[in-house]
Structures are given as structure tokens and as C-alpha cells.
Design a protein around this ligand. Structure first.
Ligand code: ZN
Ligand code: ZN
Length: 392
């Protein structure tokens, strides 16, 4: 009895109650959300008179500057795609665990490179956790099982997200490329809440506000507009050949884009969804070279889908056009959205690199949950200097 009394007394004088909190909760409490950026400082990278690809807004909808290059989808293909979306030809759990997924390396995520580099972790499809200059950015995060307006119908995730959304470190910025369900997910946005700043192409703020995001946490940008997120990191909204649709009658009412993520010494390009077009050369000339490019390689069969998505052949051209030093494949291996075999895109990517006699390590596909580190120009230079010193 005396022992119990002593225990209860001691528990009232807990000297370090914080220790009892799980690590993740502690991180959230200590994390201070970024202040909303100063919108008056948004600037366009297009110089006066410069002929850059721009989307036109006709008062209702956005119209892209490129002509259609492929014929429309055929009825039989629509039928095949419907069957695929019901789950046909998705890989088994065994295939996924042996060829596609891996465990998260939390040690790496807890200790990203300092300001001389960046670190990205593939969370599946178009979602990356990007750690750059001490902030954490999520691209197109989707944790829902189905990328569809319905919880019961539509493509079902065959490769699960590598961690629960609650396990993520506190996210500072969410970057969205467009409003399709495989890129913008209500469940995920509601879970992330108002802690991050959301940076989106024009017209997507309305959808985010309907998902309970405060207007003050949303930044909407037009193509070629840049916004500083911190003194070291800015985001540039860039062209993409795609389209938007979320409801029945809202085709192209919100803009779509790719993104440049510019850090103090590392530049990252995120392609979003896009067909191959002239924009990539302009992006490379204006902002390249990029230290890292995250480029879509899947959803290209039947051929009509290549109007708005890239085959590995197109993706390799994008890799070259934007002058990427290292590229990582995305938009494959998560949902079955098209007719090519699930593991075809990375195989075809390797074949294309070989055909063009390009370094196979310059454009890689990684596992879902895998982390890759990329050194920036400054660190590259420092390493070269060290090498030179050691050689003399
Ligand atoms: Zn899309
Ligand atoms: Zn997509």
C-alpha cells in the first residue's frame, strides 16, 4: 500500500511529461506552420514581348496553345479501359512486394541533406515527399484507395502508400498539378488540413476551399508565375499539355500545370500530367538545367492517351529538353489507368535510354517508399574542389 502511494505521488511529479508523447505527436506540436507567402510578390518570369506558351482563359474555361496531335479514343478502347478500371490485370500482392514497394527509410527522412542538396521519397504515382532547404513539400498527394469520386467504384490502388498519412513528418507545402482524382484527393487534403500552404494552378482554390482549406493558405498561380515560399525556396507554375475535370460540367474550368521547385542550390522539375509538347524546351531554356526532374512515364496506351500523358519515349525527350541531370519516373505502378502492362513503363524507359545511348542512371525508376538524395550545384562544386585538391 505504501508502495502504491509512493508511485501515485511520483506520477504527480512527472518531471518530463513530454517524454511520454509519441515522437510523431511531439514533432507536430513543435512544428510551426509556414507563414502564408506575400501574394503581392508573385512575379511573372515572362519578359515583355517574350513568346512563351500560355493558356488562354475565355472567361469560362482554359484553352491550351497546342493543337491536337492524335486521333480521339475509339469505342473499343473505352470499353477496355472500363474493364481495366474494374481491376483487371492489376499485379498480385506478391509481384508488388517483390518488384515495386519497399519499406520507408525513416532514418534518412529524419536527417535530410543540408541546404546543399535535396531528398525525395516516392509515395506512389505522382506523389513525392521533397525535402529541400529544411522544408517538406508533398506533390499531388493521394492516400485514398480509389482515384475516383466514388469510394466503391473506379481504379483501386494495387500498390499501397508506403506509410499512413499520419506517419508523415509535418508538411510545409502541398503542390498540386491539376484536379484529376489521381492527383487531388479530398480525403488526403482534409487530413493535411490547414497546416501546409497549398500552391495550385489558377482556378483550383475553389476546390480546395470546398475541402475546408482556408483561403489564406492557398496560392493560385498562372503559367510562368513564381512565388517565394521561404527566403530560400520558390515555386514556379509551368506549362503542361493536359486538361482538367472533376465534376460533370467543369471541363477545363481550372488550370493544370507542371512545376519548378527552386531551392538555394537545387532545382527540381515536377512534370504533373502532360503530353509531349514544345513547352519543355522553353522550360529548359528558361530555368534549366534542373538537378532533378520527376517525370511521368505511364498511362500511354491506347495511343490516344499520349495526347495528354507521356510514354517513356516522350519522357526521355522531356528529360533532355528540361536539361535534367537526374530524373526519377512517376505516374506508373500505383493504379491501373491504361492498357499497357503495369511493369512496361520502367522496362520501356530502360530500352529508350539504351537506344539513345544515354546513361541508364540519369533517368531511373525507383520503388514506392524509396528515398533518393541529390546534391546541388554548390555541393557538386565543393566535391570537385576536394577531388582536385586530393589529386594535386
Ligand atoms: Zn490528369
Ligand atoms: Zn494522372
Amino acid at each position: 500500500m505504501i508502495l502504491n502511494m509512493l508511485k501515485s505521488m511520483l506520477s504527480n511529479f512527472d518531471m518530463d511529461p513530454v517524454v511520454k508523447l509519441p515522437a510523431q505527436k511531439l514533432a507536430i506540436i513543435q512544428h510551426k506552420p509556414l507563414e502564408a507567402p506575400d501574394l503581392s510578390k508573385i512575379r511573372s518570369l515572362a519578359s515583355p514581348g517574350e513568346n512563351l506558351d500560355m493558356a488562354q482563359f475565355d472567361g469560362q474555361r482554359y484553352v491550351q496553345p497546342w493543337k491536337k496531335t492524335r486521333k480521339g479514343i475509339e469505342f473499343l478502347d473505352v470499353f477496355k479501359l472500363l474493364i481495366v478500371s474494374l481491376g483487371a490485370k492489376a499485379p498480385s500482392k506478391k509481384e508488388v512486394s517483390s518488384m515495386l514497394s519497399c519499406k520507408m527509410n525513416w532514418q534518412l527522412i529524419k536527417s535530410p541533406p543540408d541546404s546543399g542538396g535535396t531528398q525525395v521519397t516516392w509515395m506512389g504515382h505522382a506523389c513525392f515527399l521533397i525535402q529541400i532547404d529544411n522544408i517538406k513539400i508533398l506533390t499531388d498527394p493521394v492516400w485514398s484507395k480509389r482515384c475516383s469520386p466514388s469510394k466503391f467504384l473506379g481504379p483501386k490502388r494495387f500498390c499501397q502508400a508506403p506509410c499512413r498519412i499520419e506517419e508523415l513528418p509535418p508538411i510545409d507545402v502541398v503542390v498540386i498539378s491539376h484536379n484529376h482524382y489521381d492527383h487531388l484527393d479530398e480525403y488526403t487534403i482534409k487530413k493535411l488540413g490547414n497546416a501546409p500552404i497549398y500552391v495550385v494552378p489558377l482556378g483550383n482554390g475553389k476546390t480546395l476551399r470546398s475541402m475546408c482549406v482556408n483561403a489564406g493558405r492557398i496560392v493560385e498561380l498562372d503559367w510562368w508565375q513564381e512565388c517565394s515560399i521561404t527566403p530560400k525556396v520558390s515555386l514556379v507554375c509551368l506549362p503542361a499539355k493536359h486538361w482538367s475535370k472533376r465534376g460533370l460540367l467543369d471541363n477545363n474550368k481550372a488550370l493544370w500545370s507542371s512545376w519548378g521547385i527552386l531551392g538555394s542550390s537545387v532545382k527540381v522539375y515536377f512534370s504533373g500530367d502532360s503530353g509531349y509538347c514544345s513547352a519543355f524546351k522553353s522550360i529548359g531554356e528558361k530555368l534549366g538545367p534542373f538537378d532533378l526532374a520527376l517525370i511521368g512515364i505511364g498511362a500511354y496506351s491506347p495511343d490516344s492517351l499520349r495526347e495528354f500523358h507521356m510514354s517513356p519515349e516522350d519522357s526521355v525527350m522531356v528529360h533532355l529538353d528540361v536539361k535534367s541531370k537526374k530524373s526519377i519516373a512517376m505516374h506508373w505502378g500505383t493504379w491501373k489507368l491504361s492498357l499497357e502492362h503495369v511493369f512496361d513503363p520502367p522496362r520501356e524507359l530502360k530500352r529508350q535510354l539504351k537506344m539513345r545511348m544515354l546513361d541508364p542512371d540519369s533517368f531511373i525508376s525507383i520503388r514506392c517508399g524509396e528515398t533518393q538524395q541529390v546534391l546541388g550545384a554548390i555541393q557538386d562544386q565543393e566535391e570537385e574542389e576536394v577531388l582536385l585538391e586530393s589529386n594535386t
